[in-house]
Structures are given as structure tokens and as C-alpha cells.
Design a protein. Structure first.
Length: 586
């Protein structure tokens, strides 16, 4: 079963909040505040953690059900303002134990929800704007000199005091109705600075702060309790809606709405006002339950019997460094820090252009700025990081773009710094001031650079191509850019070392005494002038022909008196003698 204590426990896992009264502002009616500025009704919830129960509650209310504005030009919940001299009438209540006894400063001709003949909720609301007292009744019927109603509640608009725990009001949740209404005058003024109220089909048999009453026997945690706070998701795009509807939707993002009564899914309540454009309000039905999420407000509670709420510090974004000066075409890394926000995610822009452009420079999603090829108008640009969750939170930095300074490259080292004639050597050149398009020159004959790649301003990769006949010794290597040519570093060419021959096969590998065998030797590294040696007596070598580097032919003359035995045959070149293979005299 969902309990209030669980909400309090969950809150400790998410946020610690600091008291900052500037975080909220109080709406007004006449000269009266509609509850103090730090009341939970007037406290933004756009930075609060999503409730662990959010997905379940949205699913139960109806993720595909549409938002319905349950108000307009001819329907809604009306209210009336009265002076401090208004006659106060006695009232009797069906739920007298949960009702404030009165009397009520409510004229007997006060407007009734649905009209005087209504069989619905028949809410009657009146506000004494001299004394800042709100009077509310449900199922209200005027009598000759009194009121008869289902329940009634009186609220001091300057106080955070809640109704006694377990008491209803003119709303099932034990909350005031008036505070949660969408009022035309507020929308026309451009902002709704308080939470709204809405209904759901089924609620849980419990309530959460600031609600005081429940009206259900359902125990499942998938049912939202009375007082549960929901908000429109921050990523929902409201730009296509009218100015009027955007005011309402912004309030749903910033302040959200509370479950106040059992009723239809996502029914948002407001005042009756002939100035409403019903067709325009109907567009709010484009939103569905999946566009909302429940939030956990328990971490804002100061006292369970008070509506006072801890105020979250405003979300801010700071960009570091806050100023930089770079040359055209150069880069600068910026970082953004979001304070008092639920996410560190930001979007980057240059002079108001998301991601920048070729004129003002480009900035990546990670904050890496690349200056344009030419100095922009004015010589400076502004880099901005905007909170993805709170678009009003923006940090900025100023970048001054200067002309490129012509600086010659500096070559510090080459690794490896040597190679052998007839080979290709991959080398890494390190230094500074390297630029795209840099070239490498190698002095002396027989050595050139290819596959030149400028990795960074301090590294170039290349291949040294060393001809077989390249001059041995040190060759000067320089790097040239638009800024000039570097001082030289040495690359040494070493003479190639001939490899010893390798003998792989002898064919045939035997001969009879008194015969001459025409033998073919195969292997590697055979060179002109190679000789063939037979170890032992009775066999002489003649007519050695080096066919190519892998083949030699030779005549082996076996004496008739040679002894039958097996001896070795080897090949010798200028590089030395190689391995030997056997030859048998039969």
C-alpha cells in the first residue's frame, strides 16, 4: 500500500533542496495573494525527480487518453469576488464533520457551476478580496437566507495552513478548488504562476501532501493518490500551439497539476469565461497521457500540516572558459556545467545559430568550437549552452577571432631516424606549428617522402622511400607549411646487407660412381659468382651456372673410384656460405 512516509523516504534519494523564496511567486486575486509565494501550489516542479510510480499512474489514467479542457465560454467553474462588507450567510452541510461551519460571505445569487438547475457538482466559490478569504462549497443550494451544501471549506489566502488531515473540502482531495483553476485573466496576462487541478477515473485509498482526503477503496499502487502532482514533459514541443494555449502548457511544464477529484481522465478544470475561444482550447486535446509524468514533491515538504514548500534554487548554466581568443580556423574546447538541474545535457549555438555555420564558426554537441576561415563581422562571436531540460537557463562565452599568425613549423624529431637501402620506412615527425598541406623534403639522392599525413599541429606521419642505390649516410629532412620551412633533422641511410644463400633442394640428390650428374639447386639469395662446394673426395664440381636468385645448375662428376657415401653440398656467395643439403654417391 502506498503511504506518505514512502514518498518522504524516496525524496531523500533524489534531491536536497535549499530555501530560496525567489523560486516561486504568488498569483493574486484583487489585492490578495492566492496563498503565499512559497506555497506548494505556487512552487515550480520542473526540476523535481520523476516519481517511481509515474509510468504506472499514467498507464492507469490512460496513456492514450487525451487532455480535455473542462472549461470554456459556457462551462467551467465560476467564482465571484466580494467586498469585506458582504453579508455572511449560515450554511448547513451533509458532511458537516469535514466542513467549516461558516458563516459564508457568499451571496445567495452567486454563480453555481452548471447553472442554478444543475445536477452536477454545483461548486460555488466566493473570494472576499478585502480580507483575503476564500469560501468554497460543493453541491451548494441557496435557501431563503442560508446555504445548504454537501461540504464547505474556508481558506485564508495569506496562510499556508492546510485543512485537518482526513478532511475533505469542496474537492475530494481536501484542497481548494479556486487555486487550481485555469483563469482567463492570468492567461491574458501571459503567465499562470501556480499548479492546476485535474481529475482521474480511479484513485488510491490514500492521499499525499498537500492533499488531506481520499475518496476510494482501491489499494493498488498503480492508482494515483489524491494530491499526486503531474507535469507536462519538458521535451514536449508546444511551438505550434496558440499563444493562449502556450501559456497553459508552459504552466503545466513548470507548475504541473494535482489530482484533485475522481472524474474523467485528464480533465483539466478552469473558470467559465465568455472570452475563451472554445475551438482554440479544443486543440489542447492533441496532448495525451503519455506526454505527462508524475513527480515527487515530498522533498519540498516543510511540515505535513502546512502548504509551505522548500524552494528549489534556479537552474543555471555556466560555460568555461568564459572568454577566448583564437585564430581563424583554430579550435577551442568549451565545457558547460548545469547547476540545480536534473540533467547536464545542453545544446550549443553560435550567435544564436544551433551548431553554428561557416560564417560564425561551428560548434559540436560536445562544445568543440572551430573558428571560421575568415574573421566574422565585429571580430567576436558568442557561444551559448542552453539547458536541454530548462531552456531558459543559458550560459555563454565570448570568442575573439584573430587573423592567423604566420609561424614556421618546428621539426623536433624523426622516429625511426634511419633505414636501409631498398626499403620503405614508416616514420613519425614530431614538432609544432604543423598545418594541413604541409610537405616533407629529404635532401640527398635516392630518398623521398610519401603518404604524408598531418595528424595534428605537433605530429606528421609519412613513409620514407629509400632506393636501393640511395646514398648512404645522413639526409636532411625539413617540413614546409604556409608559415615557412623548419630547420632540418637527420635521417640516416644505411647500406643494405646481402643475405647469405639458402639451399632448399638438390635434384637429383644422388649419382652412380663413374657418372656425371646434371644437378639443379633451388633456394634463395643466389647471386652472380656463386660457387658450389661438395664436401668429401671423389666428386668434382663443374659448369656452375647461376640461372637466377633462386636457381643454380651444376655438373657433379663422380669418380669411378669414389666411395659409396653421403656428403653435403652447399652454395657460397659474397655474403657467405649458406646451409647444406646431402648428395649420395651410390
Amino acid at each position: 500500500m502506498f503511504k506518505l512516509g514512502l514518498w518522504a523516504l524516496l525524496s531523500l534519494c533524489f534531491f536536497a533542496f535549499t530555501l530560496l523564496t525567489a523560486g516561486a511567486q504568488s498569483p493574486t486575486i484583487g489585492t490578495c495573494p492566492v496563498f503565499p509565494a512559497d506555497n506548494i501550489w505556487n512552487t515550480p516542479v520542473d526540476q523535481l525527480p520523476v516519481s517511481a510510480y509515474s509510468a504506472g499512474w499514467v498507464g492507469t489514467i490512460g496513456s492514450a487518453k487525451t487532455l480535455h479542457p473542462d472549461f470554456g465560454s459556457i462551462y467551467g467553474i465560476p467564482f465571484i469576488t466580494v467586498s469585506g462588507t458582504q453579508t455572511k450567510y449560515p450554511a448547513t452541510f451533509y458532511y458537516a464533520a469535514d466542513s467549516d461551519p461558516g458563516p459564508y460571505a457568499t451571496p445567495l445569487v452567486a454563480p453555481i457551476e452548471g447553472g442554478s438547475s444543475s445536477t452536477g457538482d454545483r461548486h460555488v466559490l466566493s473570494i472576499d478580496t478585502d480580507n483575503c478569504i476564500l469560501y468554497e462549497m460543493w453541491s451548494a443550494y441557496p435557501q431563503a437566507a442560508s446555504w445548504s451544501a454537501g461540504s464547505g471549506a474556508i481558506f485564508n489566502l495569506a496562510s499556508d495552513t492546510l485543512r485537518p488531515s482526513g478532511w475533505t473540502s469542496s474537492d475530494a482531495a481536501g484542497l481548494p478548488v479556486f487555486l487550481g483553476l485555469v483563469r482567463y485573466d492570468e492567461v491574458a496576462a501571459g503567465a499562470i504562476n501556480h499548479a492546476l487541478r485535474f481529475t482521474v477515473p480511479q484513485t488510491q485509498n490514500t492521499f499525499v501532501w498537500p492533499a488531506r482526503h481520499y475518496a476510494s477503496s482501491l489499494t493498488g499502487s498503480q492508482y494515483p493518490p489524491m494530491g499526486a502532482r503531474f507535469r507536462l514533459r519538458a521535451d514536449y514541443d508546444i511551438s505550434s500551439f496558440s499563444a493562449t494555449n502556450q501559456v497553459i502548457l508552459k504552466a503545466l511544464k513548470k507548475y504541473g497539476m494535482m489530482v484533485a477529484d475522481n472524474g474523467s481522465s485528464w480533465f483539466l478544470t478552469g473558470t467559465t469565461d465568455t472570452r475563451w475561444d472554445d475551438n482554440d482550447l479544443h486543440n489542447l486535446g492533441l496532448l495525451t497521457g503519455s506526454d505527462f509524468e508524475a513527480v515527487d514533491v515530498s522533498g519540498l515538504m516543510v511540515d505535513p500540516n502546512s502548504g509551505q514548500a522548500l524552494q528549489t534554487a534556479a537552474t543555471t548554466v555556466t560555460v568555461s572558459p568564459i572568454a577566448a581568443s583564437i585564430q581563424v580556423g583554430a579550435t577551442q574546447q568549451f565545457t558547460a556545467t548545469v547547476t540545480n538541474g536534473t540533467s547536464q545535457s545542453v545544446t550549443w549555438s553560435v550567435n544564436g545559430v544551433a551548431g553554428g555555420n561557416s560564417t560564425v564558426g561551428l560548434v559540436t554537441s560536445g562544445g568543440l568550437y572551430t573558428a571560421p576561415a575568415a574573421i566574422p563581422s565585429g571580430g567576436t562571436v558568442t557561444i551559448r549552452a542552453t539547458s536541454s531540460v530548462t531552456p531558459t537557463a543559458i550560459g555563454s562565452a565570448t570568442v575573439t577571432i584573430t587573423a592567423a599568425t604566420i609561424v614556421a613549423p618546428v621539426l623536433s624529431s624523426i622516429a625511426p631516424s634511419n633505414g636501409i637501402q631498398g626499403t620503405n620506412v614508416s616514420v613519425t615527425l614530431t614538432g609544432s606549428n604543423f598545418k594541413a598541406g604541409a610537405t616533407i623534403a629529404v635532401g640527398g639522392s635516392g630518398v623521398s617522402a610519401s603518404s604524408v599525413t598531418v595528424v595534428s599541429a605537433s605530429q606528421i606521419n609519412a613513409v620514407c622511400v629509400i632506393a636501393a642505390g640511395a646514398a648512404t649516410g645522413a639526409h636532411s629532412v625539413t617540413v614546409t607549411t604556409s608559415g615557412g620551412t623548419s630547420a632540418a633533422q637527420a635521417f640516416t641511410v644505411n647500406a643494405s646487407v646481402a643475405a647469405k644463400p639458402t639451399l632448399n633442394s638438390i635434384s637429383p640428390n644422388s649419382a652412380l660412381r663413374g657418372t656425371t650428374a646434371q644437378v639443379t639447386l633451388t633456394g634463395t639469395n643466389f647471386t652472380a659468382g656463386a660457387t658450389v662446394a661438395f664436401k668429401g673426395t671423389g666428386v668434382t664440381v663443374g659448369n656452375v651456372v647461376v640461372v637466377n636468385s633462386s636457381t643454380i645448375t651444376v655438373a657433379l662428376h663422380v669418380s669411378a673410384k669414389a666411395s659409396r657415401r653421403t656428403d653435403s653440398v652447399s652454395v657460397k656467395t659474397a655474403a657467405g656460405s649458406g646451409n647444406s643439403l646431402t648428395f649420395t654417391v651410390q
